[in-house]
Design a protein around this ligand. Sequence first.
Ligand code: IMP
Length: 428
Amino acid sequence: MGETLLVVGLQWGDEGKGQIIDALADRFDIIVRFQGGANAGHTVYIGQEKFVLHLIPSGILRAGKLCVIGNGVAVDPECLLEEIDTLQKRGLSVDGRLVVSDRAHVVMPYHKMLDQLHDAALRTRKIGTTGRGIGPCYADKAARNGLRIVEMMQPDALKRRLKALLEVKNKELTLVYGAQPLDVGELYKLCCGYAERLRPFVCDTLPLLQKALKEGKSILLEGAQGAMLDIEFGTYPYVTSSNVSTGGASVGTGMPPNRIDRVLGVVKAYCSRVGEGPFPTEQDNETGRTLRERGREYGSTTGRPRRCGWLDGVALRHAVSVNGADSIVVTGMTVLSALPKLKICVAYKVDGNRLENFPADPEVLSKAVPVYEEFEGWQSDVSGARTLEDLPRAAQDYLRAVEHICGAHVEMAAVGPEREQMVRHAHV
Ligand code: IMP
């Protein structure tokens, strides 16, 4: 019987999930994305070659794997087609290896416009979104004003649907934001072009996945973003608009929760965050700059510099528990090699009270003063380590502390960006 493994980020995204998915993908038959959209940027290094994937599951870089874009993904057809073309140009054919759910919602050009206009209009309260139309697309889905791939495939129905949708969207664009309206004829032509090119990839992915489960195929579910950006459990409203956490994997694929065998969380050895929102362990100082430069902490989707800071054990405990992470993989160990002393936040102090649980209120969070435990740095090159015992004692102690603080077993650690730069533990 094949395993179904769910890989989720346990921080604010950018934990290095791309590398982990790529490293694990060779032992799975099918790799599935279940939420988010082109706001994600999963980076994979294969030798000297760098690949950044926004919508297509990272498993596409492994020969012979079937990759599924599930019903919960917000699909930007322009971005998807560009990604397909880029991969083909680099000699990686997606034909017969990529399927897109007909139930997935389409990110329309007006979603991207409204995302950017809305965030700019929020001024000091802006979220700092990626501008990829994610929020407006999911909002339309919830409000039952969305357009699904299945509807984009039917020219007559599409024409009627676009006319009705644009009537409202153009009012919003022009009257609320003073922007130019979109032309229904042009949008129709654009969508027909997308539909034509995407048609070979589109299918009902539910029976496909159900059949795969029945046949005992192994399935890897690839999470995007991170649990602290989850719309339910993250730092609301400074979150993305999808269910990033474990529950989202069922909703976004149609695979029942009891068919997910194991949850592996990805945790960076320090924290980063891109966009606005509370970040108690942020280091807006030399330490933060060192982490940013050594960790190449610049958004792979937007190029924005990421805010960096110490590992937040309170947020991590929260993420481990709401995701039911059975174990974790720690990335970014080589980045910490630069620092003589390391810190992990184990609790917050708010108005003199010690807080062990992650608070819902952003006001409380903005007042939270981290209580740190200090650790010796290892200040040596760990990129050649392949087993836990190869790591310097200080690095082993750090991983043990992470394990103790968050309550999940560390089963692997990444010691560089490449496929094989992985310190392995048992079971993987
Ligand atoms: P949106 O998902 O574009 O609406 O952005 C909402 C928030 O999530 C912003 O703070 C973004 O910077 C953040 N975000 C969205 N996707 C990612 C990601 O893949 N990595 C890191 N941050 C992300």
